[in-house]
Design a protein around this ligand. Sequence first.
Ligand code: ADP
Ligand code: MG
Length: 241
Amino acid sequence: MSELLLSCKNIYKSYDDIPVLEDVSLELHRGEIVAILGKSGSGKSTLFNLLAGLDTADSGQIERKVRVGYMMQKDLLLDWKTVLDNIALPLILRSVPKEEARATARKYMPVFGLEGLADRWPATLSGGQRQRSALMRTWLYSQELMLLDEPFSGLDALTREALYEWLQEHKEELGLSILLITHSIEEAISLADRLYILKGELPSQVSPSIEVPLAESGTEAEYILERESLRRQIRAALVGA
Ligand code: ADP
Ligand code: MG
């Protein structure tokens, strides 16, 4: 197994009197895309905030071995900055000189499908372009590890599927390691190498790691059956059955 980048062990978290997470443990290694799947209100963003270091757990341990770039549920592009300056922002915040930061950002824009958009205002972008800009900004902050909280949930189905394809095509070239938080079974199955489920009613517990079957592992028919069986297993776990 490749290098461990992020792990949490026995995490408990409550807000006032509401226990949200109970005994949550998981890990992510270099080169993996791992999904955390849970229905609305199951504590996904709570876990995300803990893993990103934006909030503290009541108990348990979190280990971050590398810098963590995170993208919150809303893309949070700054309306008064150009696309280029939005994307270059994490470098500027890390004291990279402005022109160098801009040059680096420009260099990677075509890879993220943002060619020709450097001088546009965020308000003039399509939903998919906004998400790719936010994704690229996160990636420039940390090329080692990205935490994405429901990154594609505000998009229409076609744009979403185009982004899934883009991510699959570029994940090796960009050296991506991603923890993807989502309520979408299809998103988790399409993108992740393996997944964890936040199960049942609050406080949520996490399932053991579940591998997503690879397309190359058998015949087309076997692959379709395996995925359907995984979908059923996930649905059952999501409702706590
Ligand atoms: P998800 O992202 O899976 O939809 P959240 O992590 O946002 O779920 O929320 C999980 C639970 O924790 C919900 O019941 C929510 O109301 C509660 N919660 C989240 N953030 C706070 C907070 N800052 N203060 C109090 N309760 C919160
Ligand atoms: Mg959330």
